[in-house]
Design a protein around this ligand. Structure first.
Ligand SMILES: Cc1cc2nc3c(=O)[nH]c(=O)nc-3n(C[C@H](O)[C@H](O)[C@H](O)COP(=O)(O)OP(=O)(O)OC[C@H]3O[C@@H](n4cnc5c(N)ncnc54)[C@H](O)[C@@H]3O)c2cc1C
Length: 414
């Protein structure tokens, strides 16, 4: 792998950028691997990266049915934060945020992380009370959180209309939260995994799981069958389908979540602003576009196209908060199918099939978890036992009733 550096950029600029090689290799599929990772989204690629880099597992393949990042990892609104309520979520997501802090250096790839904070608006005295309790809980988990008064919110986001029919009485802020470039995270992990010897195979769909008794022995793909010792499923909205192929079921429902961007404008918005009450959030990308998101569709579907009713509802909510945005043109709208668990926390770890591991159920909020998800899954695969940070996210928690209900911290909050 060629290292990227300032002198190299300068040198290439002088040569008309004609000397760059491909960022990752495109090998042909081998017939046997130590570990096969199904799904070339952020979680699959990060798992392969940490398997190869941290644990020295070289014979790793990432099998992606289309192109890497075509799933939710390339469709999200890039919000990265760790203000979760329960200690188990807080420690996992804060670890991920810390990994994001140094991810550019780790991958030698600019992931364009911008930590300008995320604010959650309070529209009523009740909201304010909840936000105070939330801030206290987060602080007790060792994660930074502050409550802002209405003038402080106005100072931070001058364009916000604090006196609309949804008045703003204050807000919760996590200053270390922010956004980064989702494609860069996917490409950076792909490049790093490839440099450490993992094979990234695009256009290779897994159509079957091979087993001997209760142990996985390989997978069947659109490019033929192959043998392997261990398999990781990191296929988000396709997880129920893959689990059924392997012979077990998952408590997942799938629905559509959409996002949209306006035309680019000069920088006017630093933090990401969220209103969980009126179901909308906005941030401004480095390209200047206002990135808009909101609630998911209210019915189950695998479609990657959000319903117009939600588009309209989200946009009217945004215009209540930011009336001046009514002058902007909407440039693009898109959606992804998100895999949601009953408690909105992920499922990670072992499965009823030996040597088959699962990473799914991220729903509307798994982008921020990519570095920690990859790191902890790699550990889990190598040691055949869950990493301490993800022990509580096991599939069996639904049998034990040990749910981690983060409904208030996920959903529209992403
Ligand atoms: C509109 C939207 C906004 C969002 N905003 C945020 C946000 O702001 N912050 C946040 O933290 N999260 C957000 N999310 C959620 C986040 O994007 C996902 O939780 C995360 O990207 C999941 O990553 P993944 O690697 O598990 O899945 P994916 O990125 O979906 O990757 C799974 C891959 O598996 C492949 N695959 C599926 N089946 C097979 C098969 N049989 N064989 C081979 N390959 C297969 C797919 O093609 C896909 O590339 C958002 C999601 C959406 C849709």
């Amino acid at each position: 792998m060629q290292r990227y550096s300032f002198p190299k950029l300068l040198w290439q600029a002088c040569r008309g950028n004609t000397g760059w090689g491909p960022a990752w290799a495109t090998p042909t599929l081998k017939r046997s691997y130590d570990v096969v990772v199904i799904g070339g989204g952020g979680h699959g690629l990060a798992t392969a990266y940490f398997l190869a880099k941290k644990h020295g597992v070289r014979r790793v393949a990432v099998l992606e049915r289309g192109h890497i990042g075509q799933g939710n990892s390339g469709r999200n609104t890039q919000v990265t934060r760790s203000n979760y309520f329960y200690p188990v979520s807080s420690s996992f997501f804060d670890h991920s945020l810390k990994l994001y802090d140094g991810l550019g250096q780790e991958l030698n790839f600019n992931v364009m992380l911008r930590q300008d904070g995320q604010i959650n608006l309070a529209h009523s005295p009740h909201d304010l009370e909840i936000i105070r309790r939330w801030a206290n809980a987060i602080r007790m988990n060792g994660v930074n959180a502050e409550v802002l008064s209405e003038p402080e919110v106005r100072k931070l986001v001058p364009l916000l209309n604090t006196k609309s029919r949804f008045p703003i009485l204050g807000a919760l802020i996590q200053r270390r939260a922010g956004i980064s470039r989702h494609d860069a995270v996917v490409w950076g992990f792909a490049r790093g995994a490839s440099a450490h010897g993992a094979d990234i195979i695009q256009g290779c769909e897994v159509t079957g799981i091979q087993k001997s008794g209760d142990r996985v022995t390989g997978v069947v793909t659109s490019q033929g069958p192959l043998n392997c010792d261990r398999v990781v499923m990191a296929v988000s909205n396709q997880c129920s389908i893959l689990a059924r192929m392997a012979g077990f079921t998952l408590p997942i429902t799938t629905t559509t979540l959409q996002a949209m961007v306006t035309e680019p404008i000069k920088p006017i918005l630093d933090p990401c602003v969220i209103s969980a009450q009126i179901h909308a959030y906005v941030s401004q990308s480095d390209r200047g576009e206002i990135v808009i998101g909101g609630s998911a569709d209210v019915y189950n579907s695998y479609r990657q196209r959000g319903s117009f009713a939600i588009t309209r509802g989200v946009l009217s909510a945004v215009l209540e908060l930011f009336p001046s945005f009514s002058r902007l043109k909407l440039m693009r709208q898109w959606a992804g199918a998100v895999d949601i668990t009953p408690d909105t926390s992920p499922i990670m770890g072992l499965t009823p099939i030996k040597n088959l591991y699962i990473n799914c159920g991220w729903g509307t909020g798994g982008y921020k978890a990519i570095p920690a998800g990859g790191e902890t899954m790699a550990y889990t695969v190598v040691h055949d036992k869950p990493h301490p940070l993800i022990k509580a996210y096991d599939l069996e928690r639904f049998e034990r009733g040990a749910l981690i209900d983060e409904g208030a911290a996920s959903g529209v909050a992403h």
